[in-house]
Design a protein around this ligand. Structure first.
Ligand code: SAH
Length: 399
């Protein structure tokens, strides 16, 4: 250990409850001269040993806990144990029957705060989102490669949040040989192109796997609007499920280019799909003004509220698009609506959707609640890990 972090009196509670974050306001003093990402001992005001943690000197989350066991060293073996356990858990989930693209490590909920690792066939793409992970990155890459048998581990740490940790954005190969920049994955029997080096985040939104399969099951004979379609995940699943027509909207021309190719890859009829490169907020208004109606609308926007501080503004944005969607659904139509905002919890999201239905003058019932897929587990001591929530609402005219 290179230093000690002494907590203020009474601030040990969250550590004892095994919450992995220590905020700057809870800290009395830092003893020693620890460098960025180095391991510290966390000590209570009564001088009790509480945990070992990685130091993030420039972040409000000043330390992230690795272990609550005093005799557990933070070394290569530690990371080997944690990653092996994460890999084992994914195998036991039996996801590989329906997909060869799986989230192998989901940060805090896999006891590796700040590490995201997604496996696309035999390539693993990681994001190092904390100083502690950055420090152990090359060891972690080697362990990921050996525990999964992957051909390569590629880094996509080109994300804004790295700034909060005092880290630069970084991309590139960490170990092995990249078979290609574009990988073809399988999800529920359908194929998708994932651009490892240029796609959004790690390349594909694996958290929506179950919900795409669900939407596919509801699609037969329907006219569908898919907003924020990215590379056409919901588009491909709903067309394969027998949709009559899907109009898909995204602001990224690059994503739409791949989406079109995903349609071909699955031999789906191109005449049943239309694509619109546009801002969803504007495009939905234009559609509403033309009184275009749909049997099913999917709304999967990006994170409007990264933290609770952004909740009010984000709530307005969610309400706006959901209100428009309610107005454009035929009687008996289905709304698949999502929020991946950490700053908006399940309750608040449902209240926002209720407000939108009321203002749109429709009667809506939740027929199913949706969540992130099982390879994105949530530690009970880290409820923040539950970020993706969704509702399937059936919509009818108000009585
Ligand atoms: N549903 C997708 C994932 C959506 S991610 C899937 O299953 O794969 C969110 C998408 O919203 C991204 O593709 C991003 O390019 C797009 N986006 C963000 N802001 C937008 C806006 N204002 N209008 C249209 N698209 C937007």
């Amino acid at each position: 250990m290179t230093g000690q972090l002494i907590l203020k009196p009474g601030r040990e509670k969250s550590v004892l409850q095994q919450h992995p974050w220590i905020f700057s306001g809870a800290i009395q003093s830092v003893i020693g001269n620890p460098g960025i990402g180095e391991t510290l001992e966390v000590i209570s005001s009564k001088n009790e040993w509480l945990a070992s943690a990685a130091f993030s000197p420039s972040s409000q989350i000043r330390a992230r806990i690795w272990s609550w066991m005093e005799n557990e060293n933070i070394d290569v073996d530690f990371f080997y144990r944690k990653i092996s356990d994460a890999v084992r858990m994914r195998k036991e989930l039996n996801l590989y029957k329906t997909s060869d693209a799986v989230r192998i490590v989901h940060g805090e909920s896999d006891n590796l705060p700040g590490l995201v690792a997604d496996q696309y066939e035999d390539v693993i793409v990681i994001q190092a989102l904390s100083a502690g992970i950055e420090k152990w990155k090359s060891e972690i890459a080697d362990i990921l490669k050996t525990t999964t048998g992957a051909a390569a581990v590629y880094e996509r740490s080109d994300v804004e949040v790295r700034k909060l940790e005092g880290l630069e954005e970084k991309c590139g190969l960490l170990t092995g040989t990249l078979p290609a920049n574009e990988i073809t994955i399988n999800e529920g029997g359908l194929r998708f192109l994932v651009d490892i080096t240029r796609g959004q985040k790690t390349g594909f939104y694996l958290d929506q796997r179950d919900n795409r399969l669900l939407a596919g099951m509801h699609a037969r004979g329907k006219r569908i609007l898919n907003c924020f379609c990215y590379t056409g995940g919901f588009t491909v699943h709903t067309l394969a499920g027998g949709a009559d027509h899907v109009l898909s909207i995204d602001s990224s021309g690059e994503a739409l280019g791949i989406a079109r190719r995903n349609l071909d890859l699955n031999d789906l009829p191109v005449n049943r799909a239309d694509w619109l490169e546009a801002d969803v907020f504007q495009a939905m208004r234009t559609l509403r003004d033309k009184t275009t109606m749909f049997d099913m609308i999917i709304l999967d926007p990006p994170k409007f509220a990264p933290t609770a501080a952004h909740a009010a503004k984000a709530a307005r944005a969610y309400k706006d698009i959901n209100l428009l969607a309610f107005k454009m659904l035929k009687p008996g139509g289905l709304l698949f609506t999502f929020s991946c905002s950490g700053g908006i919890d399940q309750n608040l999201f449902q209240k926002i959707i209720a407000g939108a239905a009321l203002d749109a003058g429709v009667h809506a019932r939740v027929v199913q609640w949706m969540n992130q897929a099982a390879d994105h587990p949530v530690s009970l001591n880290f409820p923040e890990g539950h970020y993706l929530k969704g509702l399937v609402c059936e919509v009818n005219p108000a009585k």
